[in-house]
Write a protein that binds this ligand. Structure first.
Ligand SMILES: Cc1ncc(COP(=O)(O)O)c(C=O)c1O
Length: 386
């Protein structure tokens, strides 16, 4: 990073680094929680067809309201979560990163606070920084559970009077789900609380980040089922994870129209290109194919959790957080950087995020997981000899 002093960079951005996991050319990349399975030929054909159809119209701006896509996403949510939503209750953007930034732009700002539950997704403080919103966290329960501390959360909502309460379920990097009862408790607390810096009568917006929700255990309801009757709830989703479409950059949110209309105020005009809309629609024509490996990835995840729990480090079994996601959080190592670096030397890239001593590995193909396991065993023995 080199930003010359003669540029008037915002004072609070001085010394900041661009966010992002390393993008390295290694054989086994298990660091950014993607679905390792590529789109099928039928999906690729559908993409080509849809993009070919919009190509001759690219001299014109796209549908700013992306209504066809919102309708297709509402249909998908009906199928995936059993929830009835109108297209007007769904809104999309370039990744749920952009959705979340729009939320902070619309509901955060100077004098406002967003409340989260740490450890959690490391981008949240950046949305807060970029929108001059204060970012405050309440600790989750101690490792290896990392569950939401509902009592502490409810109390903090009343005390802090945040404008945004952000709960990630399943959580990143720990994989921990919040139960629907937890979410309802937070929602009730939000509906009773005031918001510092907002006119009287406003209540905090509860945002449930369900980026990994398709990996949840069968039978667990999605927070989208609570949207009816709750104006202060928004559920963020993405096609980047289970949906196997990270390269397409498509995130979306489900909420009542008040939230959606608020986001429409701050969105860039034509923020979603005609090509992005076409590519997203192509995959939504094939939801079963896109999600075909999710059950298998869940099985691999549960198998890996069991496997980790049988391994020891310096005579103690490894700690593993329960996970409903497509990654596993494990530890606790005296020097996690050593484990990370030695795995990388063996061509396996994982992620060193969150509390000290813990590492995160996301699910790959069967071969990739086997490669990870044998490299990890080698590295573990090496680490013990240090
Ligand atoms: C919890 C969580 N939310 C949101 C995102 C952003 O996903 P995207 O912008 O690809 O939709 C991620 C990505 O890792 C995430 O872990």
């Amino acid at each position: 990073m080199s930003i010359p002093a003669n540029l008037p960079l915002r004072n609070d951005l001085a010394g900041e680094e661009p966010y992002g996991a390393p993008q390295l050319d290694v054989p086994v990349c298990l660091n950014v929680n993607e679905n390792p399975y590529a789109p099928s030929q039928a999906v690729v054909d559908s993409i080509v067809e849809r993009v070919r159809a919009v190509a001759p119209t690219l001299n014109r701006y796209p549908d700013r309201e992306h209504m066809e896509l919102r309708a297709a996403l509402a249909t998908y949510l009906k199928k995936e979560s059993g929830v009835d939503l109108e297209p007007e209750q769904v809104w999309a953007a370039n990744g749920s990163n952009e959705i979340m930034l729009q939320i902070f732009q619309a509901f955060g700002g100077p004098g406002r606070t967003a409340l989260g539950f740490a450890p959690t997704y490391s981008m949240y403080p950046e949305y807060a920084r970029d929108t001059f919103t204060a970012w405050k966290t309440i600790a989750r329960k101690p490792e290896p559970g990392f569950e939401l501390d509902v009592d502490a959360a409810v109390k903090a909502i009343a005390d802090v009077k945040p404008s945004i309460v952000l709960i990630t379920s399943p959580n990143n990097p720990t994989g921990t789900p919040a139960t629907i009862d937890d979410i309802e408790a937070l929602l009730e607390a939000c509906e009773k609380a005031d918001v510092a810096g907002a006119p009287k009568g406003a209540h905090p917006l509860l945002v449930v980040d369900e980026a990994y929700t398709e990996f949840r255990r069968p039978g667990e309801p999605s927070a989208t089922t609570l949207i009816a009757g709750h104006d202060n709830l928004a559920v963020s989703r993405t096609m980047s994870k289970a949906f196997a479409y990270a390269g397409a950059r498509l995130g979306y949110i489900a909420a009542n129209t008040g939230v959606i209309d608020s986001l429409r105020i701050v969105r860039m005009p034509y923020h979603l290109s005609a090509v992005t809309q076409a590519v997203a629609l192509a995959a939504l024509d094939h939801t079963d194919e896109q999600l075909a490996q999710v059950g298998h990835l869940r099985d691999i995840r549960d198998g890996l959790v069991d496997w980790f729990r049988k391994q020891t480090y310096k005579g103690t079994p490894l700690e593993v957080a329960d996970t409903d996601s497509n990654f596993v959080y494990f530890g606790v190592f005296d020097d996690r950087e050593f484990i990370f670096d030695e795995l990388l030397k063996r061509g396996v890239l994982i992620r060193d995020v969150g509390p000290d001593g813990w590492l995160r590995v996301c699910m790959g193909t069967d071969d990739e997981i086997e490669t990870f396991k044998s490299a990890f065993l080698e590295v573990l023995r090496l680490a013990e000899q240090r």
